[in-house]
Design a protein around this ligand. Structure first.
Ligand SMILES: Nc1ncnc2c1ncn2[C@@H]1O[C@H](COP(=O)(O)OP(=O)(O)O)[C@@H](O)[C@H]1O
Ligand SMILES: Cc1ncc(COP(=O)(O)OP(=O)(O)O)c(N)n1
Length: 271
């Protein structure tokens, strides 16, 4: 019988399929993990921007969480867009006693510039969710928002990483470098040592949902029992190939190619 490893994403939706729940489930599938989802908000968006949002009630999010975790094999959890403090509190209260590997992607703003969470959510995320996190995956603006400090230099990035681990209580952090110039270098810190994961920077506008996909890949690897460092390494390969082998669909900032990682392995080109 096939041994099934399962990962759960708790996030908002993207009907255009590049970000949010849809990107997470595609990533889980490509990495051979059984995908499950709890929806926090339904977002009318596409590659050009956000047209509308409907938030689900916290009680109904709780009902979804109970339905999944009462029944299904959840080996790791990812959180993405959680729009307000009440939702975050509900999710943290549910996850706390489960002691599962947890990847927190502290989503705040879509690439189009549209805000996805309200102002009070930030403090609650810091107080309630980050202490439960096995790893947090902020981009540069999210690291700045979480710490309240500007992150311009490599020293600033290291300082932010240290605060996220030692002050806010996450076990590890990877501060992504998608918003910087030059090579795409992500900085990993696990409380004792720093490590960088680097790829060439591809000149493309098709990077919608890169953060979701990267965090989902980490979560899938954690569900399979990989170490944190190996999970980040695989996730970096997954997102690099997904950006490089662009699909060129959508009129705006298009999605990444979730097939690229497996296709590259299948062709024997993966190193
Ligand atoms: N143009 C690019 N070329 C190569 N890698 C990229 C590019 N843009 C982002 N990445 C990578 O994609 C992942 C997501 O990064 P980032 O864009 O910073 O996150 P977010 O989507 O949350 O803003 C990181 O691993 C980052 O290094
Ligand atoms: C529902 C939903 N969640 C998250 C995002 C933003 O995702 P991210 O991966 O950070 O994507 P980009 O900033 O690269 O688009 C979203 N748009 N919708």
């Amino acid at each position: 019988m096939r041994s099934v490893k399962g990962a759960l994403t708790i996030a908002g939706t993207d009907p255009s399929g590049g970000a949010g729940i849809q990107a997470d489930l595609k990533t889980f599938q490509e990495l051979d993990v059984y995908g499950m989802s709890v929806i926090t908000s339904v977002v009318a968006q596409n590659t050009m921007g956000v047209r509308g949002v409907r938030h689900l009630e916290a009680d109904f999010i709780k009902q979804q969480l109970e339905a999944v975790t009462d029944d299904m094999p959840v080996q790791a959890v990812k959180t993405g867009m959680i729009a307000n403090a009440k939702m975050i509190e509900t999710i943290a209260n549910h996850l706390r006693p489960l002691h599962l590997p947890l990847c927190v992607d502290p989503v705040m703003i879509a690439q189009s510039g549209d805000a996805l969470v309200d102002d009070k959510a930030l403090q609650t995320m810091r107080d309630q969710l980050l202490p439960l996190a096995t790893i947090v995956t902020p981009n540069i603006p999210e690291a700045e928002a979480l710490t309240g400090n500007s992150v311009k230099s490599e020293e600033d990035r290291k300082e932010a990483a240290k605060r996220i681990v030692h002050e806010f209580g996450s076990s590890a952090v990877v501060i992504k470098g998608g918003h910087l110039n030059g090579e795409a270098t992500d900085l990993f810190y696990d409380g004792t040592r720093f490590e960088t994961f680097t790829s060439p920077r591809f000149e493309t506008k098709h990077t919608h949902g890169t953060g979701c996909t990267f965090a989902a890949a980490i979560t899938a690897e954690l569900a399979k029992g990989e170490s944190l460092k190996e999970a980040v390494k695989t996730a970096k390969s997954f997102i690099t190939l997904a950006i490089h082998h662009t699909l060129e669909i959508g009129q705006g900032q298009g999605p990444t190619n979730h097939w690229a990682y497996k296709e590259t392995i299948r062709k024997g080109e993966y190193v």
